[in-house]
Design a protein around this ligand. Structure first.
Ligand code: 13P
Length: 342
């Protein structure tokens, strides 16, 4: 295990003012995004869209690394440059989603457990040969009547730690992603309780399975009101409870916490990240690993037309610049201008 390399990579991924672009949508999720802009979800369209994202001029000033999907890490730009090489040459670190998705949890119909541990050691070795330097695994926790169960939290925490240990054995920095979904109508206080319990169990398992905390990143949800809740907590409250949760659960040895956006609007995701960072220095870097909240304006502007590539790239870089500012507590709503003007 190359402790020094992993520690350096993890730190580089959360260098000041930088965060991650999650572009690891499976073909199924990609289809949903493409459907929304009426683009056919073919392998070539997925490739062309990812090339647009990865070649946006200036993105590397704000984006330290990009999470790829199995298909994407094997694809190349139109001029034949493999994507991992293209990203590395542009100054962005290539990484790979290695889980095989959240599947039905036996004996608890509404809950999920993430699969993909079988054969993972061999798959990781191949990803290393393809240029990956970090990995991601997402566990999904659903809030509802009588759920999440302890059973669901335990099996997902165990799998996350198994994945993290295998990644580090291969010299890859694991991004450990336990996502408490924001789709229900729960209060922010319930999200705080569930997220706190989830993270306690995750760090317990990481410790038992000997994962090097200095060589990993945590990718959590923010502590936030459920989408359907009548009362929506504001950014100041989100910041207060999110930080309270992390101070209770996340060891200071973890170099960085990179949030998922999870269905927040792009502007809300920037405002909340900013409010969190405006609270002053914390033991860990607090940055972003957004999918939807970075890509939404770009995919809408692109809509499958090559003539729109440049505008879509400008919008992606603009969102990244705003989130970079938010990671330093320097975001202001007036900075949204370009997005509105276009
Ligand atoms: P969102 O920011 O769209 O939630 O995606 C991040 C991600 O990688 C989810 O696994």
């Amino acid at each position: 295990m190359d402790t020094k390399l992993m520690t350096e990579t993890a730190r580089a991924m959360v260098a000041q003012g930088k965060g991650l672009l999650a572009a690891d949508e499976s073909a199924g999720t990609c289809k949903k995004r493409f459907d929304s802009v009426k683009v056919e979800c073919t392998e070539e369209n997925r490739r062309a869209y990812r090339e647009l994202l990865f070649t946006a001029e200036g993105a590397e000033d704000y984006i330290s690394g990009v999470i790829l999907y199995d298909e994407t890490i094997r694809q190349s730009s139109a001029d034949g440059t493999p994507f991992p090489q293209l990203l590395t040459e542009a100054g962005m670190i290539p990484g790979i989603k290695v889980d095989l998705g959240a599947k039905a949890l036996p004996f608890s119909a509404e809950e999920k457990v993430t699969e993909g541990l079988d054969g993972l050691r061999e798959r990781l070795a191949e990803y290393v040969s393809l240029g990956a330097r970090f990995t991601k695994w997402r566990a999904v926790i659903t809030i509802g009547d009588g759920i999440p169960t302890d059973y669901c939290l335990h099996v997902n925490a165990h799998a996350l730690a198994r994945y993290a240990a295998l990644s580090q054995e291969a010299g890859l920095v694991p991004i450990v992603e336990p996502e408490v979904l924001m789709d229900a109508d729960n209060s922010i206080e319930r999200c705080l309780d569930i997220t706190t319990e989830t993270l306690h169990l995750v760090f317990d398992e990481l410790h038992h399975q000997r994962v090097l905390l200095e060589g990993m990143l945590l990718k959590p949800n923010m502590v936030i009101s459920g989408k359907g809740a009548a009362e929506q907590a504001d950014a100041a409250r989100v910041a207060e409870l999110t930080l309270r949760c992390f101070h209770e659960t996340v060891p200071a040895a973890v170099p960085g916490i990179v949030f998922l956006s999870g269905g927040q609007s792009d502007q809300q995701a920037s405002e909340n990240l900013n409010a969190i960072n405006a609270q002053g220095p914390q033991p860990w870097k607090l940055s972003y690993s957004y999918g939807r909240a970075l890509q939404a304006p770009a995919i809408k502007a692109w809509a499958g037309d090559p003539a729109n590539v440049e505008l879509a790239q400008q919008l992606l870089v603009h969102r990244a610049r705003l989130n970079s500012a938010a990671a330093g507590g320097r975001y202001a709503i007036e900075m949204e201008e370009l997005a509105r003007a276009t």
